[in-house]
Structures are given as C-alpha cells and as structure tokens.
Design a protein around this ligand. Structure first.
Ligand code: NAP
Length: 580
C-alpha cells in the first residue's frame, strides 16, 4: 500500500544521503566506489557539517587531530598535515573542503536544501522524499547523516525580541565573523562552545559578562604544534595507529588504566592525575578504571579538578562558583579549553551565577536577573543542541504502515544498533541514537557505520533483495542491552544532553550506546556474520530472511574484579539481573 506521500515518477536513486558533514561525505564516496549512484542533500551552502556551522571564535576539535581525521584513504592521510594538536575550526573546514575536492564530491551534493519529509512507499519499495524547496525525490535507501549536534535548542527568553543589540548563536555564527572590539558582551551558557569562545571574546570585548547556570569540568588542551616526535611515531604506521584507536572504548588512544583509584595510594593518585593533567585534554578520563562507576573514585578526580580551578582563578569566590558540584566528573561531556579559567582573572570579565540570581529576561538594553539589569551591545547564546534526535525527528519520517518516527520515539529513541529503526525499511542513521557516537571519536564511529551500511547495501544488491528492516524484537533487545551497558555507570545521574535533559519535554533516556566502540564494532560484525541477525530482508513483499532475535554477545571485556560487585549491584537494583 502506498502511503499518502509526495511522489514522482522519476527512477528512484540508489541512495539519498542527508547531510554533507564528514559522515555524508564519506558515505557518498564509499557508495560511489561500490558502483552505486548516491546523491546528497545538504541544508548549508558548503560541506563540513559541524565545522561548517560552528564558526564561533575559539571553536576547535577536542580529540587530537591526528586521530580526528579520515583513515579510509592512505593518500589523503599522507598529503594532509595538521598544524596543531587540536585543529581550529577554519582548518577543519579547509580539510572538509579538501576531501570534497579531492574526491570530486560536490557534483552529487545539492546544497541549500533541507529534507522536510520522507515517506516509505511499500508497494514501490522506495522512499518518497520532499525538500524545503518543494522538490520531490525517490530513493531506494535513505541514509541520515544529519549529525548528533546539529539542531540548536529552541531556547528563548522573555523579551529577547525587544533587545536592541546583536544576538549571536555559537552554532549559527555569521560566516564573515564578528568583531566585538569596544563592545559590552554577554554570553549565556558554560558548555564546550562557551568555554572555547569566552577566552577569545574576552580578549576582544571591552567587557564580557558570563551567565552560568551550571559549571562544567574543563581540562587544559595544552594546544600547540604537533610535536615532531608524535607526528613521526604516527606516520610510521597510521593504519596500525587507527586500528588501535578503533579498538578502544572511546575510539581514541587515551592510555586507559585498569588501576582503581580507591585502591591506590594518595601520592600515586596525585602523580598520575598530575601527569595526565599536564598531558592535557581527555587523558585524565582514563586515569582510573573505577571513576565512571564508583562515586568514591569519582570524588577523588572531582577534588583534584576543583583544586586545579582554585589554582587558576585568583578570586576564591569566583573559583567556587566555577566548580561543578551537581554531577559526577565525566557524566556530562567534559570540556577542553585554552585559558578558560584564567580568563576570569581579567578585569573586564565578570561571572554571574544564575543559581544565585536567576535570569528573568531581556530588556531593550540587555539582560535582567532577579538581582539587577546588565547592559550589552551584543549577546551570545551558547545554549546547546537538541542532541541526537533533533535533526531526525524534525523530518516528517513515515515508515511502514504509517508509523511516524515521532510516535515511535515518544518515550525516547528506539533503534537497533543505532543503525536502523523497526518499521522504517531501508532507512539508516549514521551515528544514530543507540550507537556509541558522541561518547567516542566521531570520525572512527562514522567510518565504522559508513562501512557497515555500504557492506549491507552491497549484500542486498548482490542478492537482489529490495529491503532490510530491523525487527521489533531485535530493537527491543538492543534497547535493553543499551540500558544494561549504561546502568552500572554514573552517566545517567547528570542532567545532560546525553539524557535529553536540556530540552524541555524531551523524554529522559540515555541516548548513546555506552558499551564502547570496540565492543560495539564486534557486535555489528557478529550480526552480519549471522546473516544480518535481527533484520527482516525482503524482495518486494516476499520475506527472504528473518532472524528476529538479537543474540550477539560482546566478547566479555576485562572488567576489573573489584568493580564487579558495584556493577552487579546496580544491574540487580535496576531489575536487569535477577537478585540471588
Ligand atoms: P551544552 O554543553 O549543552 O551547553 C549549553 C549551555 O547553555 C549550558 O551551560 C546550559 O546550562 C546553558 N543554558 C541552556 N539553556 C539555558 C537557559 N535557558 N538559561 C541559562 N543557561 C542555559 O552546549 P554546547 O556548549 O554547545 O556543547 C554541546 C556539545 O557539543 C558538547 O558537549 C560537545 O560534545 C560538543 N562540542 C564539542 C566541541 C569540541 O569538540 N571542541 C565544542 C563545542 C561543542 P545548563 O547546563 O544549566 O543547562
């Protein structure tokens, strides 16, 4: 039965990819190489996704650039040399442009076009897709490469429209840049985007006021040129290096230790944390195996970081306000900064704690809190994203039997492997909810997904199969397994965007898969090895293969023995493991 969807009589294209960020670009290149004729639709006027939109001052990657770059092409790898350990946004965008040019991608990308609807036509086994310019397209496979952090939240404030100054969003920064010289600037938010931009804006502006609701943990990047020794070590064997990165929980090399903070002498703990702090970035996350699960171990790291904040911020009262207290370390994505805390020592920078004086709205002159009014020439909103599901559920996606994605996800996103959704045949989500995605080095997760999807499309084509779809049973089993993976950790304890907590009315559910990229990749391999376990494969309306259950088990990871009681206790308390 055909749905009441927009349609056209044109021949369907093999695959329509939505988004020309790193995921969409590689998907396009990969499918072309396999003899498909894919096309891309992109809302922006250029490639690069995140790095196209987020042009705020100070934007840069928080995973080392040597690892945050494509590994699929040896020549590409050899010809590109990053200037810094953590590349700035303009260089990342240049890299995206270089990739597009090198592989002649733009001829198959339709820019300035947003997909608004996609309806599955079961009789024709195609997706009918509509775009915001009113065009209609038909495709066999619809691949959403729409990004996990691409749609800003709809945060607004009473009176915002009356403000006479300029308003900028970090995630929609003007391409021509902004010069804050001589201006009084206010910034709302203290997440990664704010923490990166505050030090730069503070250098330019006459005065900067930072409105903080919740402080975050931030580690120094110690950014700079990539040391020759590091580059040479990497250049000797980039393949091996990447393989080793992919074979980790986070998809990047972070010296994950198996030592337990609660079992380590204080002097050793300090030495280890100091060593990792001096190295910079996320390295401190891997210091001890128990910080993610044991509150006591976590507190040790929290106290260490609080001390580091006190060392960097001259005014003890300001340092205290900047110290996180409401969530364990690592339960929100930590930030990586260059001079963030020291910025509060500048005479032209002021911190307003919105817990003490809540923001009540805007006036024509600026921002009002319960305590007073602040006058500004410009205000920056660094208020975050409708993460993971925002870009997907803004498309009117209707699958088999009129199933709407919004209804299917009414209690949180349900997927099988974060790759497919039951009732939505031939719809793939690159780094979709339910996959490791945002908990990892995104590039490695993107490459793993693109390659899995490409293999799947080849397999269907070779066998003349017209559709693949996740079974309800496998989807339910994957959701349960995802819950089991995150329950022993403290990750669900924070009001994070991982949990959907930053968007009013969004269901609370831990959205990424917390079992690790290495484990996840192995599961995906097993699923394919078992003939696409958990998927229903059809030719027209004839079911060719259906193994509805999901039984693949991750290779048992090495769980330090001391953690077992905590993990088992949490699983039992959550009813995910029978009590003895
Ligand atoms: P975010 O982490 O969600 O931070 C948003 C900030 O805005 C929070 O401090 C939040 O306060 C505040 N906020 C939101 N609504 C508010 C309101 N109504 N009143 C006052 N304050 C409000 O967003 P983000 O900084 O854009 O970062 C999101 C993610 O993008 C990061 O976690 C990271 O994964 C990624 N990112 C990465 C990089 C990088 O790689 N270098 C850079 C930027 C972003 P509350 O916490 O109290 O809600």
């Amino acid at each position: 039965m055909a749905t009441s969807s927009p349609s056209t009589s044109a021949q369907p294209i093999d695959a329509l990819i939505v988004g020309a960020g790193f995921a969409g670009m590689y998907m396009l290149h990969k499918l072309r190489g396999l003899g498909f004729n894919p096309q891309v639709v992109e809302a922006g006027s250029g490639v690069g996704g995140t790095w196209y939109w987020n042009r705020y001052p100070g934007a840069r990657v928080d995973i080392q650039s040597l690892e945050y770059s494509f590994g699929f092409d040896e020549e590409l790898e050899k010809e590109w040399r990053w200037s810094e350990r953590y590349a700035p946004q303009p260089e990342l965008l240049k890299y995206a442009e270089h990739v597009a040019e090198r592989f002649d991608l733009k001829r198959d990308i339709r820019f300035n076009t947003r997909v608004t609807a996609a309806h599955w036509d079961d009789a024709a086994q195609v997706w009918n897709v509509t775009t915001d310019d009113g065009a209609a397209m038909r495709c066999r496979h619809l691949i959403l490469a729409t990004g996990c952090l691409s749609i800003p939240t709809d945060v607004t404030f009473p009176g915002l429209e009356t403000f006479k100054g300029a308003v900028y969003r970090t995630s929609r920064w003007p391409h021509e840049g902004v010069d804050f010289s001589g201006q009084r600037v206010g910034i709302i938010g203290t997440g990664s985007s704010a923490i990166q931009s505050i030090p730069i804006i503070a250098q330019q502006a006459e005065h900067l006021t930072v409105f903080q609701r919740t402080p975050n943990y931030s580690m120094p990047a110690h950014n700079g040129p990539i040391p020759d020794a590091d580059f040479e070590a990497w250049s000797k064997d980039p393949r091996g290096y990447r393989a080793a990165s992919r074979d980790t929980v986070g998809g990047f090399q972070n010296e994950a230790s198996e030592a337990m903070a609660t079992q380590t002498a204080p002097a050793e703990i300090r030495a280890e944390l100091e060593r990792r702090w001096a190295w910079g970035g996320f390295r401190i996350l891997g210091a001890f195996a128990d910080t993610a699960v044991d509150p006591e171990a976590n507190r040790i790291v929290q106290e260490f970081i609080a001390e580091k904040i006190r060392q960097q911020v001259a005014d003890p009262a300001v340092a205290e306000k900047l110290t996180p207290k409401d969530h364990p370390f690592g339960t929100k994505r930590p930030c990586v900064d260059t001079g963030y805390y020291a910025t509060f020592n500048r005479p032209n920078v002021e911190l307003v704690d919105l817990r003490e004086e809540p923001l009540t709205g805007f006036t024509p002159e600026g921002i009002k809190t319960s305590a007073k009014g602040y006058a500004f020439d410009a205000v920056v909103l660094a208020t975050g994203f409708d993460a993971m599901t925002g870009a997907i559920d803004r498309i009117d996606l209707v699958g088999r039997g009129e199933r709407r994605i919004k209804d299917h996800w009414a209690e949180g996103p349900r997927t099988y492997l974060g790759l497919m959704v039951a009732g939505f045949p031939n719809l793939f989500t690159i780094t979709g909810p339910g996959s490791p995605s945002v908990l990892t080095n995104m590039i490695n997760s993107i490459e793993q997904h693109v390659e899995w999807i490409a293999d799947c499309l080849v397999s269907l084509k070779q066998r003349q199969q017209t559709s693949i779809e996740a079974s309800e049973e496998a989807e339910a089993a994957w959701c349960r397994h995802s819950t089991e993976a995150v329950t022993p950790t403290m990750l669900p304890q924070a009001n994070s965007w991982y949990m959907g907590a930053n968007v009013p009315g969004k269901p609370r559910m831990f959205m990424p898969y917390a079992g690790g990229l290495n484990t996840y990749t192995e599961i995906c391999r097993q699923v394919v090895g078992k003939g696409y376990e958990g998927f229903i494969i059809r030719q027209g309306d004839r079911v060719l293969s259906e193994s509805r259950a999901f039984t693949s088990q991750p290779a048992p990871g090495e769980i330090p023995e001391n953690l077992l009681p905590i993990i088992v206790g949490r699983l039992m308390a959550a009813g995910l493991m029978p009590a003895e």
